[in-house]
Structure formats: structure tokens, C-alpha cells
Ligand binder design. Structure first.
Ligand SMILES: C[S@@+](CC[C@H](N)C(=O)[O-])C[C@H]1O[C@@H](n2cnc3c(N)ncnc32)[C@H](O)[C@@H]1O
Length: 204
């Protein structure tokens, strides 16, 4: 199995993941992270949307409703998560595919990612993100930095699930994207969790 396959072992249990959404404090954190990301989305959009690591599809659905005139592609390396996502009522402008961030084709006007950047190494992921953005396109990423909860999660994933996790400081991700021609801003969401939302706009 290569790193491109994602943390397939853990996310084979889509029902377990779903429990996050009803288990405080995780449920509150996930909600806050999604809210923060949704608050940073561009008001208008003239092209397609990619949701990376869309999981069971909650955020992907919010994106499809927010941009009814655009197509939203939600990708996830875990077939179990994709299948679970498809069981909710279909939306015309939303499709779910079992695919990896590293392999997906195309360029997008908006690339969104929540709770998944932790599985990506810094420099390759910054390079890949810029490839996926059309000139003038926007990326909105919500992820964990190296704070207390981030470190706990890192250690669980490394030791129990044998999956690599990388916690990037927002400043480091900003630098990597800026040298690749993006304008970047970010804001913290939860200090204990170390979560932040970063917005990058690729130059025209
Ligand atoms: C914490 S879940 C987040 C799900 C959703 N975005 C949310 O906020 O509820 C992370 C998801 O990222 C997926 N993932 C991990 N590596 C991936 C990759 N390389 N490409 C696509 N998806 C990936 C996992 O399978 C998992 O479903």
C-alpha cells in the first residue's frame, strides 16, 4: 500500500467515523471546523468544486447546496466512506468518487479540504494543490497544527493505524503556497485542537 491510498484501514469503518458527529467534544470541533471553512468560501463561483477527503459527505453536501449552479466532485480514498456518502439523498450537482488527492484529474475553481491535510506531506501537498487549482482559483483548507489534540491524534494514527500524519504549522503551509504563486491568509479555529482554516488564491 502506498501513501497515495490514504489511511484506508481506519476509514474502512465509516459508521465509527460517523459517531464523531454526535460525540462531544469532537462533534463541536468538527462543526466549528466546517463552519469556519464555510465562512471563508468565495461568494460567487463560475466553475467546478473539488472536495478532498469528502468522507461521508456532510461538507460536500453543504458545498453543493451553496453553489447549486456548479458541479461538486467529492473524492475519498476509502471506498467505505464513499459508499456511505452515496446512501444519503442524491443531489444533482454532487458526485462521490473513490479517488486519491494525488491522482485525481482536472483543475478546479474551488478546492476544499477538511480534516484530511494531516495525511499529506508539506511540500508535495502544496505543489499538488496548486496543480489542481485553475489560475485565479481558490483553495480553502481546514486542518490541524501541532497543538495538544493534534499531537494525540498523530500518535494514535501512527501507532494504532500505522498511518503517517503530518501536522503543519499554518505559517509553513503559507510559505510553501506563497512560493508557488498563491496569496494566502489563515485564521485559528480551536487552540487546543490546533485547527486552522487557510485560504489560498492562485494568481491569474
Ligand atoms: C477526518 S475525515 C474528514 C471527512 C470530511 N472532510 C469531514 O470533514 O467530515 C478524512 C478523510 O480523508 C480521506 N483521505 C485520506 N487521505 C486521502 C487522500 N490521499 N485522498 C483522498 N481522501 C483521503 C480519508 O479516507 C477520510 O475519509
Amino acid at each position: 500500500m502506498s501513501y497515495k491510498d490514504g489511511p484506508a484501514y481506519y476509514y474502512r469503518f465509516s459508521r465509527l467515523y460517523e459517531m464523531h458527529f454526535s460525540l462531544p467534544p469532537f462533534s463541536t470541533w468538527v462543526e466549528k471546523n466546517h463552519e469556519s471553512l464555510l465562512a471563508c468560501l468565495p461568494e460567487k463561483l463560475s466553475g467546478d468544486v473539488l472536495d478532498i477527503g469528502g468522507g461521508i459527505g456532510r461538507l460536500s453536501r453543504a458545498l453543493a447546496r451553496r453553489y447549486p449552479g456548479q458541479q461538486v466532485l467529492s473524492i475519498d480514498t476509502s471506498a467505505a466512506m464513499t459508499e456511505r456518502a452515496r446512501t444519503d439523498a442524491p443531489l444533482e450537482n454532487l458526485r462521490f468518487e473513490t479517488q486519491s488527492f494525488w491522482d485525481v484529474d482536472g483543475q478546479f475553481d474551488l478546492v476544499v479540504c477538511a480534516g484530511c491535510w494531516e495525511f499529506f506531506q508539506l511540500q508535495p501537498s502544496a505543489m499538488r494543490l496548486v496543480q489542481l487549482l485553475k489560475p485565479g482559483g481558490t483553495a480553502v483548507v481546514n486542518t490541524l497544527g501541532p497543538a495538544v489534540f493534534g499531537r494525540v491524534r498523530e500518535s494514535v494514527f501512527r501507532q494504532v493505524f500505522r498511518t503517517d500524519v503530518w501536522l503543519h504549522r499554518p505559517q509553513s503551509l503559507t510559505e510553501e503556497l506563497e512560493v508557488r504563486g498563491c496569496r494566502v491568509r489563515w485564521n485559528p479555529v480551536n487552540l487546543l485542537e490546533g485547527s486552522y482554516t487557510l485560504v489560498a488564491r492562485r494568481s491569474d
